[in-house]
Ligand binder design. Structure first.
Ligand code: SF4
Length: 394
């Protein structure tokens, strides 16, 4: 057993599938999954869990960094735009935070339920240190309720319901180094819900020369995001749709705060890539894609890579068919015609959708076969053929 209380078998206890970032759960130790509120035509939305706080705080409890309290001991969590208002004994929508006697605590500090090594391409990040190996961490919890969630076993669970391990910030960094990684990704579930753990780990990792990656739905308030930005080297933010109606119906969230996150990352100079999952009947509308691209071009420019992901049936959308390849190819073509320079197709083996081509001369810059890198025609951070600077952190 290593000093950070996790052995190699435990370290790998959550495997990942080869095509996407989805977790394949290797252990049945999951308690009953609690269904979320469903308001029918109003869309899905998460609800606060009344009188659901544990009797005692445990060693993974940490006082939250962003909240307001009032004289009657009610607290308002201000980490994300859910703004959960909790009376003493209540639990937040994300299931990770509780009000104990007028103070807000995170219950998932240093207790990840998923720890894994991944290639950076799997996040997906295609313009960030290609071929890097990334130490990936997740605790339980999410502030959304996506019908298609591929990690619902952990995202829609409470910290006490899922097997987890001690891995406090210093131990996580040590574990990453022992695995040969110089980069930590906060990923799989929703890292905004384990904000305190992520921030402390990222600050310490940065001070020791490591990179940090945020893989998120982007549903975070401005102050916590600004505090986090200096420590984040790369991000992939999932832009689930370009419609408030679909965000409500599919994800139990809102679009506007996510758009604000993109602008903030851009203003703060954080490298980020954009993911959009193309779900038949939900997000496969070409007009919506055009509006999304136009917003991107107007607000954050043409250089942030965009990943169009193929939907695979799962969770509550298990009867919806996979995205046809023709739809994805059409989407890529449209996004590029609109002016987005780097558009990829994920969750498939379609090579033109995996490779990087220079936006100026069209020559192959980086070849990818799945997550394996092939031909590399980068000269520093520029195209070997025409000398154009390729956006990203190489
Ligand atoms: S935001 Fe991500 S982790 Fe959360 S429910 Fe949606 S897909 Fe799952």
């Amino acid at each position: 057993m290593n000093s950070y209380s996790i052995n190699r078998r435990q370290f790998l206890y959550l495997g990942t599938c080869s095509l996407c970032a989805c977790l394949t759960l290797g252990d049945p130790a999951f308690a009953a999954f609690e269904e979320t509120t469903n308001n029918g035509s109003q869309g899905i939305q998460g609800s606060i869990f009344r009188n659901d706080a544990p009797q005692e705080l445990w060693k993974w409890s940490k006082e939250a960094k962003f909240y307001r309290n009032s004289q009657d001991n009610t607290v308002t969590c201000t980490t994300c735009p859910n703004f959960c208002v909790l009376s003493p004994g209540d639990r937040s929508v994300c299931r990770s935070k509780v009000n104990k006697n007028g103070r807000l605590y995170s219950l998932c500090y240093g207790n990840p339920c998923a720890v894994h090594m991944d290639p950076v391409e799997k996040k997906p990040l295609f313009h960030f240190k290609p071929g890097s190996r990334v130490f990936s961490l997740a605790t339980t919890g999410c502030n959304f309720r996506c019908l298609n969630c591929q990690n619902w076993q952990i995202s829609q669970s409470k910290p006490s319901e899922v097997r987890h391990r001690d891995l406090f910030p210093g131990e996580a960094i040590q574990a990453a180094r022992e695995e040969g990684a110089n980069c930590i990704a906060y990923t799989y579930s929703e890292p905004i819900t384990f904000y305190e753990y992520m921030l402390d780990t990222a600050q310490k990792a940065k001070s020791e020369g490591m990179d940090n990656l945020l893989i998120s739905n982007g549903f975070i308030n401005q102050d916590p995001l600004l505090k986090l930005c200096p420590y984040i080297d790369g991000a992939n933010i999932n832009l689930k749709a370009f419609s408030e109606k679909i965000y409500k119906k599919l994800n139990g969230g809102n679009l506007e705060p996510v758009l604000r996150t993109f602008k903030t990352l851009f203003d703060q100079g954080v490298h980020f890539e954009i993911t959009n999952l193309v779900i038949p009947g939900y997000t496969d509308d070409q007009d919506m894609l055009k509006k999304m691209c136009n917003w991107i071009l107007e607000n954050v420019g043409p250089d942030n890579p965009m990943h169009l992901l193929r939907f695979i049936p799962r969770y509550k959308l298990d009867k919806v068919p996979p995205t046809p390849m023709s739809t994805l190819k059409d989407f890529r073509k449209i996004a590029m015609q609109e002016g987005v320079r780097y558009v990829y197709i994920g969750n498939t083996n379609y090579s033109p959708g995996l490779n990087t081509f220079c936006h100026n001369c069209g020559e192959l810059i980086l070849e990818r076969k799945g997550y394996i890198l092939g031909e590399n025609n980068l000269d520093g951070n520029s195209c070997k053929s025409c000398g154009t600077k390729i956006p990203g952190k190489w």
